[in-house]
Structures are given as C-alpha cells and as structure tokens.
Design a protein around this ligand. Structure first.
Ligand code: PLP
Length: 382
C-alpha cells in the first residue's frame, strides 16, 4: 500500500528541479557570502540571483526581501520588529484569532512586553469582517497583521480590502501569505501590504528558508544580533543552498501558478464529489467562505479526530487535523473553536490538502478509503 499524501499544507515534497538547482551549490559553492574573496563573491552572486526571483514572485524588488529561516521567523520579525520600531508612536496591534501560532505567539510575547493586542474574531465563514477591523483601529494602532489564507481551513481573508482601508491609517499592514504563495496571485502593491511572509517548503522548495518582504521606509528592528547580513536586518550566515532552492521554487511557482491552482482545485473537487457519492455524512468547515484550491477542512459527525487520524494513517491516507505545529498533540483547533465555539466540529474535523504528486485517481482512491473508514466508525450511530 503506497500512502497517499494529502498534507501539502503542512509541507510539500521538493520539486526535482529544485533539488537539481541545490546539488551543485552543496557540492561546490561553499563560500561565505560575506567573504570578499572569489569563493564568497560566487556565493553572494547566487544568493542575489535567487533574491531577485523571490522578489519578482510577489511584485517586489530585491532590496525589499529579507531571507529568514521560514514563515515562522518572518512572522516573528514582522510583528516584533515593527512593534519595537514603532513603540513610541503607539502600543496597539490588531491581528486575528485564527492566525498561525507563529503570529499568535509573537503577539502574546508583545503583550508580555506591554503592547495591547486586539484579536479579531471570525464567524462560521472563517473570514474576518472589515467592520470589526475598522471598529478596532485606534490612533495608537501601529500594526495590523491578517493572514491571506488560513492554514487549517483554506479560507481567504479580505487582504486587498484591508490594504485599501489602511491607506488612510498610519498602521503598517502585515500579511502571512505562507499558504497563499504558489497558488494565489500576490502583488504587494495591489494588495497594499507593507510586510508579507512566505516560506519555501509550502511551494515544493526546501524547509528552513523563507522571506519577509518589507516595503521601503517601513521601520523594522532586528530580532537577531551578531552580523550585518540582509542589510543589517537579519544577522547570521545565509543558508546558501536552500536560498538557491527557494529561488528555483519561487520561479517555478510563478511560471506555473495558474496551472497549479486549476490542478489543485480539480483534485479538491474530485475528492469532495467522491465523498458525496459514497453517501457518508460530512460538512465542509467554512463552506460559505472563499476557499483556497489546495485546502479543505471536513467535519465527520459521530467521529473523533484521534481515531480518524489513526485509521486514515493505517490505511495509507496521510492527513492532519490542522496546523502542522500542533498535529502531534490533537489539541482542539483554535481556528475551528473561533468559528464554531464548543461545537462537535472542533473534535471531529480533518484537513485535506492537495499538491504536487497527487493525481485525480489517487485522490479519488483516498476519498473512497476515507468514506469506508467513516462508514465503519459511525456504524450503528445513525
Ligand atoms: C499560515 C502559516 N504561517 C506560518 C507558517 C510557518 O512556516 P514555517 O514552517 O516555514 O516556519 C505556516 C506553516 O505551517 C503556516 O501555514
């Protein structure tokens, strides 16, 4: 039995072209990009070429890209870096209750440092309301951070509308675009964002590398100390091979974005129609919201998440219950709790996410396996 991997929102397999781009770097380009000799200059050159590719993939220029160790560090840097740089102007931050923990825990940390944070709620659609944001804005609000696509439900947030709204407010606007990158069109100017986080391993690139886009003029204090890399904004020797892989993954994502989005949507549609055909009882969480092509979160009434995860895994269907970081411990999802309160959905939902390597056949087979398990687990409970 070959497992069918439907957990691309947790991480995705590396594209063969990405691997091919990284191998020669690991084999022979070992210089430190900060060194002025030829070895260093060669490494610097490939880091800069990749930076241009990453920048182009979001409509930015290379000077606006800070490499990080991934989405988590980019989110931490955006929140803590901007809050610390702007604390004289105000100590109020707005984010949402459904952010990834990389943002939420950074916000919690800032609260411990004397900042005040408003966490916007979402309703059953899984999206925030602009009116709630408008009501929460204050003269001392220095930063608004709202993710582009939720990693558990795939629900899109109204980023461009928030960008428009904030044109007349001095608060800076950060979006965590980790789950949108690679399938959604991202142009930092059209979206009206000042800071934007991306991560390579969600777009078939290597793990441990990502970037934060910072608009010109946005003040940001470093959160690491020791070197002058990344224009004095992120200390530490660059992860050269991964940066090259990231550049390749960004380039591929840009070239194939429309194709990928259509393909993932077809996979999701195939999966859902196969579940419907089976006759089992299920609900799509956030059904009324606008959903990403690659992610769907499904509630199976009369089941519980632990036995679902165990049975799916034993049958070769690889999924998770939500955010990868909490996947090991099946804590109730903070996202579903915000959407549904104490509803059973919080304890009987699974995230299915589609991507590179999945085929319509494998996804249909996975849906049939899922349906057979649900029938077995709910037998006699109807
Ligand atoms: C929305 C979102 N933000 C941030 C992250 C963290 O990214 P990384 O794993 O690159 O640190 C993830 C990863 O699950 C995510 O889904």
């Amino acid at each position: 039995m070959k497992p069918i991997y439907l957990d691309h929102a947790a991480t995705s397999p590396m594209h063969p072209d990405v691997i091919q781009a990284m191998i020669p770097v690991m084999e022979s380009t070992f210089g430190n990009p900060s060194s002025v000799h030829a070895f260093g200059r060669e490494a610097r050159h490939i880091v800069d070429v990749a930076r241009e590719k990453v920048a182009a993939s979001i409509g930015a220029n290379d000077k606006q890209i800070i490499y990080t160790s991934g989405g988590t560090e980019a989110d931490n840097m955006a929140l803590i870096g901007v809050a610390n740089a702007r604390s004289e102007q105000g100590k109020h931050i707005i984010t949402t209750a459904i952010e990834h923990h990389a943002t939420l825990h950074a916000a919690n940390y800032l609260e411990s440092q004397g900042f005040e944070v408003t966490y916007l709620p979402v309703d059953e659609s899984g999206a925030i309301k602009l009116a709630d944001l408008q009501a929460a804005l204050r003269p001392d609000t220095v930063l608004v951070s709202v993710m582009m696509i939720n990693n558990e439900t795939g629900i899109m947030q109204p980023i461009q509308a928030i960008g428009d709204l904030l044109q007349t407010h001095p608060a800076y606007f950060h979006t965590d675009a980790v789950q949108a990158y690679g399938t959604e069109e991202i142009d930092v100017d059209t979206l009206g964002v000042d800071l934007l986080s991306v991560s390579a391993h969600k777009i078939n690139g290597p793990k441990g590398i990502g970037a934060l886009y910072v608009r010109d003029g946005v003040p940001i204090k470093p959160i690491t100390f020791g070197g002058e890399q990344e224009r004095k904004r992120r200390a530490g020797t660059e992860n050269v091979a991964s940066i090259v892989g990231f550049g390749k993954a960004a380039e591929l994502a840009m070239q194939k974005r429309t194709e990928r989005k259509a393909a993932y949507q077809l996979l999701q549609d195939t999966f859902i129609s196969e579940l419907k055909l089976s006759g089992i009882d299920f609900f799509i969480n956030g059904e009324s919201g606008q959903r990403s092509a690659g992610i769907v979160n499904i509630s199976f009434p009369g089941t519980n998440v632990e036995s679902l995860l165990m049975n799916f895994d034993l049958s070769g269907v690889t999924v998770s219950s939500g955010s990868a970081c909490t996947a090991g411990s099946v804590d109730p999802s903070h996202v579903l709790k915000t959407m549904y309160g104490e509803d059973d959905r919080v304890t009987n939902s699974i995230r299915f996410s589609f991507g590179y390597g999945n085929t319509a056949e494998s996804v249909a087979e996975a849906a049939q396996t899922v349906a057979a398990i649900i029938k077995r687990l709910t037998k006699g409970k109807e």
